[in-house]
Design a protein around this ligand. Structure first.
Ligand SMILES: Nc1ncnc2c1ncn2[C@@H]1O[C@H](COP(=O)(O)OP(=O)(O)OP(=O)(O)O)[C@@H](O)[C@H]1O
Ligand SMILES: [Mg+2]
Length: 387
């Protein structure tokens, strides 16, 4: 029997798991089609990249009902797709470059992103304190501060003054001085601060490319919004996500109290999400996971549905998995993890999970009491074609 992603299901968060080639990206694309057809704004995080050709119909011969999105809404009769990127070098000429402001970022995730090595937890902690007290001070006198002001502040303020501000006394001693020396060195080292944070952009327009600075609210426009996070920005994934998800929550909060035709329900689809949970340092893992699980929990009442896609269900921390009400699993290796993720499966059923062919998935659908074995459709629009 056919199954459909109803509004109810879209609002209740989903986990999509399956080893490489099991059909996750095709499924995510079709969840996006279901959501955009229902009038939602879809934000699809594309890490691989798998989602750069949705303005074309899928040419695979077995595609049912191929359908292209309209690039930047040029065709008023089709649903629009917009491509966004964090990377000024992005090869997709249609992608709009997004930048974010340091003053809109969570100081702890910013700290964990800059001081990302396992041995740098103390530096991250100190930097987070300095950044958040700096932000408090600036809010009255210089509310448009940038990361460059913060760097100057750290470089030009003595250890003694910083230590008194943070801890009110002489705590730390030589360990504090050592950490500060490392912090001062690293905040100026290339590659530590992600390039999308308060960048100094070239003043001449980049040929053939539009760009926006700082304003992420445009990604909540109806239709499909693909956001490319390239390998260059892998370490900044959680940082950007925090900024965007907080923006999404703010965007929806007003609409919940005062319903408005122009503020749409959101669907946030995170393909290849495991990089967020697999950060090298415990500090970054904890602050990122905490941030994501809080946003997902808030999402339901704000009409923000989340879809989290990973290769193994075990990649998703328990605190997040508990809030995902629909589970779809394609070919999958680790059986014990799978039993956790699909508790309604009868004995023997999951043994087939490592033999599923692409597009076959076990589905535990929110509100449906039995586990279904489903043959998914191919993506209606085209996934990224090899160059
Ligand atoms: N519903 C389907 N029916 C038949 N074949 C499918 C289906 N979905 C995907 N496939 C085939 O499986 C292959 C992999 O699909 P897809 O890229 O969606 O997998 P994936 O799980 O996202 O893989 P990766 O982890 O490598 O990104 C594709 O070549 C595609 O043609
Ligand atoms: Mg994929």
């Amino acid at each position: 029997m056919p199954i459909n992603a109803s509004d109810h299901i879209l609002n209740h968060h989903m986990l999509v798991a399956g080893s490489t080639g099991s059909g996750k990206s095709n499924l995510l694309s079709n969840i996006g089609h279901a959501a955009t057809s229902g009038g939602r704004s879809v934000i699809l995080f594309d890490h691989k990249p798998d989602h750069q050709h949705h303005h074309l119909p899928n040419t695979h011969p077995e595609t049912q009902n191929p359908r292209a999105y309209s690039l930047n809404g040029q065709d008023p009769n089709a649903i629009p797709v917009r491509y966004w990127t964090l990377d000024i070098q992005d090869p997709n000429q249609d992608a709009i470059v997004i930048t974010v402001r340091a003053r809109d970022l969570d100081p702890e995730i910013l700290a964990g992103t800059i001081f990302y090595r396992p041995s740098e937890d103390l530096q991250a902690e100190i930097f987070a304190h300095i950044a958040s007290s700096f932000a408090d001070d600036q809010s009255a006198t210089n509310p448009t501060w940038t990361i460059h002001n913060l760097i100057d502040h750290i470089r030009n303020t003595s250890d003694g003054v910083l230590r008194t501000r943070l801890y009110g006394g002489n705590q730390g001693g030589s360990a504090f001085a050592q950490s500060m020396a490392a912090i001062r060195r690293k905040i100026q080292a290339p590659g530590r601060i992600p390039g999308f944070v308060d960048p100094v952009l070239p003043t001449a327009p980049i040929t053939g490319r539009r760009r926006t600075t700082g304003n992420i609210s445009q990604v909540f426009a109806p239709g499909l919004n693909v956001i490319r996070i390239s390998e260059t920005n892998r370490r900044g994934y959680a940082l950007f996500l925090q900024n965007l998800l907080q923006g999404a929550a703010d965007y929806r909060t007003g609409a919940v109290h005062q319903p408005s035709e122009s503020v749409h329900d959101l669907e946030i689809i995170i393909d290849e999400a495991s990089d967020i949970f697999r950060a090298e340092s415990r500090y970054l893992r904890e602050v990122s996971t905490g941030m994501l699980s809080e946003q997902i929990r808030k999402g339901r009442s704000l009409h923000i549905g989340y879809v989290i896609a990973v290769q193994s269900a075990g990649d998703v921390p328990e605190s997040i998995r508990n809030n995902l009400n629909t589970t779809m699993v394609g070919r999958h290796r680790n059986m014990s993890v799978l039993r956790d993720a699909l508790p309604t499966a009868r004995p023997g059923m999951l043994e087939q999970a490592d033999k599923l062919i692409p597009g076959e998935m076990f589905v535990d659908l929110f509100g449906v009491r039995s586990l279904l074995l489903v043959k998914m459709d191919h993506s209606r629009s085209q996934l990224t074609m090899a160059p």
